[in-house]
Design a protein around this ligand. Structure first.
Ligand code: GUN
Length: 283
């Protein structure tokens, strides 16, 4: 069996077109959705992510502000900046790129963002809303992964979904979203004893551990939908996921490639959340 490759780039284009229509409708009413992205410090990967986020906004005709702060910015200065953006009517979404430098308390920063402008879905109010099944603004990567499953026609209800990885950004919210769609959910970590026992029972397998190619084809149930959230750089400079794509695609029913799977969806859902936040503020 050879898996159907889930084309994240194509699905992202389709989803972006849907949200562009909603953004254009708002603009016709004199409201341009606006996103502020803050980066503190010089992390090279973060710089690339932030530049791509700002670029995606421009492509959809959204207003964006790219705020660069030096690595030694005091926490209080960052909190003041966020307070200003919370009060700014041109800004509907605020994102502080993680990680922030060690002297800054990331929880304090995430809690300072108004929950209505929290397009990352990391504020405790939005985390709580997701937990109780009243999703408001959802974390972009798992939200994008759910869209990939939906657009690929993978049924979730009653299925066994296994999520490997329990981060606040991906694993935990992904598990909650699958649960909300009536999957039976197991959360594993990279330390789970006999991990393969769990992954082999998964109808839907989501892997977000940051460990290159840790899931091989023999750990996958034939016909399963495999969502690879990992993005790792190999010594030869090439990118690969947390799943060994070559062996996995021979067993899975559906699989996301890396790059070109989940990645394009993360930014798409950020744009979607910004438009959604702008729509709500306009009501
Ligand atoms: N760093 C890695 N992923 C993310 C994300 O989704 N949002 C933010 N703000 N920072 C990140």
């Amino acid at each position: 069996m050879t898996a159907q490759i889930i084309d994240g780039k194509a699905i992202a284009q389709q989803v972006r077109a849907e949200w562009k229509g909603r953004a254009d409708a708002l603009k016709a009413r004199g409201i341009t959705p606006g996103l502020a992205v803050i980066i503190v410090g010089e992390d090279p990967a973060s710089k690339v992510y932030v530049a791509n986020k700002v670029k995606a906004c421009a492509e959809l005709g959204l207003h964006s502000e790219h705020i660069v702060m030096s690595a030694d910015t005091p926490e209080a200065t960052l909190l003041e900046k966020i307070a200003g953006l919370n009060a700014d009517p041109k800004i509907h979404g605020i994102l502080v790129q993680l990680p922030v430098p060690k002297h800054i308390d990331s929880s304090k920063v995430l809690e300072a963002i108004s929950p209505d402008k929290d397009v990352d879905g990391f504020h405790p109010v939005n985390v709580g809303a997701l937990t109780t099944g009243n999703m408001r603004l959802a974390p972009c990567t798992p939200y994008g992964a759910m869209k990939l499953l939906e657009k690929s026609g993978v049924s979730i209800e009653g299925k066994h979904a296994v999520v490997v990885g329990r981060s606040n950004i991906v694993g935990k919210p992904m598990a909650l979203m699958l649960l909300q769609q009536n999957a039976t959910v197991t959360i594993c970590t990279s330390r789970t004893v006999d991990l393969a026992k769990f992954t082999r029972d998964a109808d839907i397998l989501v892997v977000a551990t940051g460990r290159a190619r840790m899931i091989s084809g023999d750990m996958i149930k034939p016909g399963a939908a495999v969502i690879d959230v990992g993005i790792n750089r190999l010594p030869d400079g090439k990118l690969c996921g947390d799943v060994d794509f070559d062996s996995a695609k021979e067993v899975a029913g559906w699989i996301t490639p890396v790059p070109g799977g989940v990645g394009p969806m993360t930014i798409t859902m950020l744009v979607a959340n910004t438009v959604l936040a702008a729509e709500r503020s306009a009501k």
